[in-house]
Design a protein around this ligand. Structure first.
Ligand code: SAM
Length: 239
């Protein structure tokens, strides 16, 4: 089981997000577990303050070292498992599929959700194992990135998806984007489902799908195709 601990000043943001679909089932099957830690409970004053002005002047508040430290200690103590502390930050490495495969092997991931202008640098230097970003843009807090991490890690755990939701055909998994997919009806105005997909010839359907996955990748993410060609050097041109 992977344990996820989330440290946040907005615990209620997570109230419903994990109560749906695949994530809900993964929790029910005890494949994952999620614990939310309200950072304000680890404040050093009665008001529950966790932030203060930035040294050197300027606008914005910074989350203080001590509440974060105490919350992380509590998260670690609650499970007594090997933990990895992840700070969700626009300055971190960009999340991608290869990295997610690494995370599914971990026992306990502790996510720090920053807010305001960020968190005290000394906490990052001394307590954070890895800094991760979900994109080159700035959000108001780390809660959405934490949700995204948990969602994508969970669906990548073997056994979480059933055959109908099969993982190995998803974009990125085999180095290509997914092929185009269709469902009923067969015809919408002038747009018909490609006839090969209705033929029942599984070999031909497989070939069609590979061809169109390559075409899709070439069109939408050509850089990905360079790596794919390298990995599949021998038989790429036969496909
Ligand atoms: N001043 C910080 C900087 O420029 O690096 C940005 C602070 S941001 C307004 C507040 C918090 O949102 C961050 O501490 C981080 O936890 C989260 N955050 C914002 N953008 C993010 C991103 N692209 N990926 C992951 N976390 C992000």
């Amino acid at each position: 089981m992977i344990q996820f601990s989330i440290i946040t000043i907005f615990p209620n943001m997570f109230d419903t997000i994990f109560q749906y679909g695949i994530i809900k089932k993964a929790i029910q099957k005890k494949i994952i577990n999620i614990n939310i830690f309200n950072l304000r409970k680890y404040s050093t004053n009665k008001k529950g303050t966790v932030d203060d002005k930035v040294y050197g002047g300027g606008s914005g508040m910074i989350i203080m070292f001590l509440p974060l430290f105490k919350a992380v200690q509590a998260a670690k103590k609650s499970l007594n498992k090997k933990s990895k502390v992840i700070y969700l930050s626009p300055q971190g490495k960009l999340l991608n599929y290869q990295q997610i495969k690494r995370f599914i092997k971990k026992k306990h991931l502790i996510f720090i959700c920053g807010r305001y202008k960020g968190i005290d640098e000394r906490f990052i230097k001394s307590q954070v194992d890895e800094e991760w970003s979900i994109g080159d843009y700035i959000l108001t807090g780390g809660e959405l990135p934490a949700m995204i991490f948990i969602d994508t890690i969970t669906r990548s755990i073997p056994g979480v998806l059933n055959n109908k939701q099969s993982l190995h055909e998803d974009s990125f998994i085999n180095g290509l984007l997914d092929y185009p997919n269709y469902t009923r009806p067969k015809k919408i105005n002038n747009f018909s489902v490609p006839s090969i997909l209705l033929s029942g010839n599984h070999k031909k359907i497989k070939q069609w799908r590979l061809k169109h996955a390559i075409k899709n990748t070439q069109l939408k993410k050509p850089k990905m195709l360079i790596n794919y060609k390298k990995l599949n050097k021998k038989n790429f041109f036969q496909k």
